[in-house]
Design a protein around this ligand. Structure first.
Ligand code: IMP
Length: 425
């Protein structure tokens, strides 16, 4: 088995960055395949903490190649900022490739993101990074791709076609419009710096697969934020699922060999939208503090809930997880009573699936199983047996309810606070 997908099973922020960084030790290539700088992957090693938004988590390993694939939307300014931050810390980024087919996010996408949100009564709570408008332009066939963007003449030609439409929208919204010459001049130095990284992403990955090299696909966001299978319309504008990898990268579906689903030991959600197992009060506050549940990208406090195994089973069905990784188990230490959402109650009837209609999902109440909590510092656990009995019971109950074996669990942010139960990849 040479390729593995690391996929968020919840609403994002599950700890995919930490696991990808951990697995990147063995990977020849790490691929981000969707989304953009709405993602925030936190990686801690040594005394340093790194927040990555675009660059794949394999960038810290000099022998690992890192690709931003065709399905991404890339803000060139954010990318350069990230490259500069990494270079300053001693990582030269020579191992980075940007697929020429990926789309660019330009300042007008961010302006439109804010404008579209302002029109909504029930806010999605986007990250305001311009993700939705950039994917809108891509679907409307007026997007600009990195390959063309990095060629100043082609960039100018594309802007001539695109800007009249964008400025028409902005003008009718009473917002500032954009000037072609200004954009062309402003982005010239950016293009010069990004050009050396641009390549054919699909060729890079297909070559690696043909050579039987180890490839990791790093999902951003999570399955419940999927444009098709998440809690629509409170979702992101791409599909963070394993099924999205082939199309977003340019490889055959059968080239995705195994899928690792990542979930926290509890649930979080940032932004608007229904969250059936959400809780508030002291337990939620202490989980938020202990888990540092504040957005990596926006700093917003995350909403907290009990682990929702209905949503997890939904993610299993869509992604076909071969294994589960349970993150942030240590954060639950000291919670008196743990609860697992095992079903929903909809209009007095018990259901065991996520309803397609958001109106139905809004009326769902969680059916909760209670389990005794555990105490003590588990942050140095090295084996399953090092955990208190109640923590072991909790993990076993999750695996039973979800129907997927746990391949690893995490007891802290550090690389060495990862306990492997199964060998894979
Ligand atoms: P957008 O992706 O910025 O359009 O935001 C759409 C929804 O997805 C909002 O509710 C965001 O809070 C959420 N979202 C986007 N990216 C992430 C992420 O990396 N982690 C968690 N939530 C995210």
């Amino acid at each position: 088995m040479s390729t593995l997908a690391v996929i968020g099973a919840q609403w994002g922020d599950e700890g995919k960055g930490k696991i990808t960084d951990y697995l990147a030790l063995k990977a020849d290539l790490v691929v981000r395949f969707q989304g953009g700088d709405n993602a925030g992957h936190t990686i801690v090693f040594g005394k340093e903490k790194y927040a990555l938004h675009l660059v794949p988590s394999g960038i810290f390993r000099p022998d690992t190649k890192n690709l931003l694939a065709a399905g991404m939307v890339i803000n060139p300014l954010s990318l350069l900022e990230e490259i500069d931050m990494l270079k300053e810390k001693g990582f030269d980024c020579e191992n980075l490739v940007i697929c020429a087919r990926a789309h660019v996010i330009l300042p007008y996408h961010q302006a439109l993101d804010t404008f579209y949100e302002s029109l909504k009564k029930d806010k999605v709570g986007t990250t305001a990074k311009g993700i939705g408008p950039a994917y809108m332009d891509k679907a409307a066939r007026r997007g600009i791709r990195i390959g063309e963007f990095c060629d100043p003449a082609r960039f100018a030609a594309h802007l001539s076609v695109v800007l009249p439409h964008i400025n028409f929208l902005l003008e009718s919204a009473g917002m500032e419009t954009f000037d072609k010459t200004d954009l062309v001049e402003r982005f010239k130095p950016v293009q010069d710096r990004l050009r050396p990284y641009v390549g054919d992403g699909a060729a890079v990955v297909n070559d690696a697969i043909d050579k039987d090299l180890k490839v990791l696909f790093e999902g951003a966001q999570g399955t419940m934020l999927c444009l098709d299978h998440g809690t629509y319309p409170y979702v992101t504008s791409s599909s963070p699922t394993a099924a999205a990898i082939p199309i977003n990268v340019g490889i055959p579906p059968k080239a995705v060999h195994k899928v690792l689903g990542i979930t926290k030991a509890y649930a979080t959600r940032v932004g608007g939208g229904v969250f059936p197992s959400e809780i508030s009060g002291d337990t939620a506050d202490s989980i938020r503090q202990n888990g540092n549940e504040f957005g990596t990208t926006t700093g917003r406090p995350r909403r907290i809930g009990w682990l929702d195994t209905v949503a997890l089973r939904h993610a299993v069905r869509i992604n076909g997880f071969d294994y589960l990784a349970i993150m942030l188990l240590d954060v639950l230490s000291g919670v008196d009573e743990l609860k697992l959402c095992t079903a929903y109650e909809l209009d007095g009837e018990r259901i065991d699936h996520v309803p397609a209609s958001i109106d139905d999902l809004k009326r769902c109440r969680p059916v909760l199983n209670r389990m005794p909590g555990f105490t003590g510092d588990i942050s140095s656990a090295k084996t399953f047996e090092d955990l208190p009995q109640n923590a072991r019971n909790y993990l076993e109950e999750i695996a039973r309810l979800v129907g997927v074996g746990i391949a690893l669990f995490s007891v802290g942010p550090g690389r060495d606070q990862t306990v492997l139960l199964d060998t894979f990849f």
